[in-house]
Design a protein. Structure first.
Lengths: 315, 201
């Protein structure tokens, strides 16, 4: 190794990021090159001084009373039956908002935008059904559109599958949803009775998911305006989202007597298996192989399908 | 973040979880606070950010894979929370063209000056473009691996490597310039090339 090459890789050597062979070559070079040894020593010293200065800077020291208070708060939250609700109870969030009145202005602006968008949507809905009907009638030669809805079903599935993937990614993987998820039972009482006892339909009486998948959590969340019942499982070390959402009345189809589980989409590298009932679409989303994802969906389908059908009939 | 799953836990489950969280995550509070101060440039905001980060981490702790690097996991949550607060995560990760040009046009390899004080080192660090400060802090002060930094900042490992190299070079250049201005330190430049080194994949 020449000095020039050493200087090219010295940063990675300092960070212990070189492969073993290159590391040995560096060490071998250093044994007979005093100049590079000096340079390495100087860089190490600079790194050490930078680290010490940064760590010891008074500005960077955590106040002991704050650290104690934080530990107590976390401990209480952890053991509380209410569970963790970070932003609602956080002094930090409240003080953050208090210090920034612009947040209230932004909220008001958002509210106005939402109302505006809602008005536009309502207006569009008043006009659009006729156009939709024309388009659907062109696609459907059958007398009754409900008997041959294959085209509209695939469109619905594609749209919903995209939302399901977005929810899996932003909620289960990155937990970056704009709206905080809520308890599944509470969501069931408020939005959709199918959500109630859905967890029991996914888990066996022993509390385990099929095929040895592990239960992680259950809640209801909203992705881009669409509400899902969301059960997160772990299977072969991968997070898997089991998502149930309702199908809009205009897009509903006749239901099969058994769940027809298929691999319906793949977006952004996530596999999507799905089936549907008369009023609901069910998705299993993960970055498992297509076969594993489908197998898990099929294992979950019978009990979930029965639960949803029961709930829909009761409603 | 999600309380629903916790509602079904027994007290002993919660106690075990807290004990695990305390042993895995709490030792990194000091490190997280330093990063929070650097990110926010304000101690009060840093305390808020730290609190939000740890609350989020506690709520999502079941997703943390035991045996992996907890500090790297916490740092990625810290960055995410800061992004949510400020909506500037993307801005922080971007290096402006001007900054890239500055780093590229430091054509010589500055020697490492000696006889500089801690304060001078910190002042030199402060003068670096923010994206370079960031990787130097994570690599040289918090001693995170390239992969961990890439994951926390959501940038490719190659970007981390080049920013660390350029950040350190700029830091030495800042200190060399300071040393020359004050009449101490070495000043012999060494030419470097851009050949790709043999680093860990």
């Amino acid at each position: 190794m020449q000095c020039r090459e050493f200087r090219e890789i010295v940063d990675s050597y300092l960070s212990n990021e070189l492969i073993v062979e290159t590391n040995h070559r560096v060490i071998s070079h250093l044994e007979h090159c005093a100049e590079c040894r000096r340079e390495l020593k100087a860089r190490r010293e600079l790194r050490g001084r930078l680290r010490a200065a940064f760590l010891q800077s008074p500005e960077n020291q955590l106040r002991p009373e704050f650290a104690d208070g934080l530990r107590t708060q976390l401990h209480d939250c952890s053991l509380s039956k209410r569970g963790v609700s970070p932003l609602v109870s956080s002094r930090g969030w409240r003080s953050y908002v208090k210090r920034r009145p612009i947040i209230w202005i932004a909220l008001a602006a958002c509210l106005l935008l939402i109302i505006g968008a809602g008005l536009v949507l309502v207006r569009q809905r008043m006009v659009q059904p006729k156009a939709d009907e024309i388009a659907v009638n062109k696609e459907r030669p059958a007398e009754s559109p409900e008997l041959n809805p294959a085209i509209s079903v695939s469109i619905v599935k594609t749209e919903l599958a995209r939302s399901a993937v977005g929810d899996h990614r932003d909620c289960a993987i990155r937990f970056r949803l704009a709206e905080k998820p809520i308890d599944l039972v509470a969501a069931g009482q408020k939005y959709d009775p199918v959500y109630v006892n859905l967890t029991n339909a996914v888990l066996s009486q022993q509390g385990a998911a099929p095929l040895g998948a592990q239960f992680v959590e259950a809640h209801s969340c909203v992705y881009q305006g669409r509400r899902f019942a969301h059960i997160v499982l772990k299977y072969h070390g991968h997070l898997v989202s089991f998502l149930v959402t309702d199908i809009e009345p205009t897009k509903r189809v006749q239901s099969e007597s058994d769940p027809q589980v298929i691999t319906c989409s793949e977006f952004d590298g996530y596999k999507v298996s799905c089936f549907e009932t008369a009023h609901h679409a069910v998705f299993v989303v993960s970055d498992l192989t297509e076969g594993d994802n489908l197998a898990l969906a099929r294992a979950l389908a019978p009990s979930v399908f029965a639960h949803i059908i029961r709930s829909e009939n009761n409603a | 973040m999600f309380g629903s799953a916790l509602n079904h836990e027994s007290l002993s489950d919660s106690a075990v979880r807290w004990a695990t969280f305390e042993s895995e995550a709490m030792p990194h509070v000091g490190s997280l606070f330093r990063l929070a101060v650097w990110l926010t440039r304000d101690r009060a905001e840093a305390e808020d950010l730290l609190q939000e980060t740890l609350m989020e981490a506690l709520g999502s702790f079941h997703r943390f894979a035991q045996g992996t690097n907890c500090r790297a996991w916490l740092v990625s949550i810290l960055y995410h929370m800061q992004g949510k607060r400020r909506r500037t995560a993307a801005r922080l990760q971007l290096v402006s063209d001007a900054e890239e040009r500055i780093a590229e046009t430091t054509a010589f390899e500055p020697s490492t000056p000696q006889n500089v004080t801690d304060e001078e080192v910190l002042e030199a660090l402060e003068r670096l473009p923010r994206a370079f400060q960031e990787v130097v802090i994570l690599a040289d002060i918090e001693e995170m691996s390239y992969k961990e930094i890439a994951s926390a900042l959501e940038v490719p490992v190659g970007t981390v490597m080049s920013r660390i190299s350029r950040g350190r070079k700029l830091l030495r250049a800042e200190l060399a310039s300071y040393a020359n201005a004050h009449g101490f330190g070495r000043s012999t430049p060494h030419q470097i090339s851009q050949k790709e080194p043999l680093r860990k994949p």
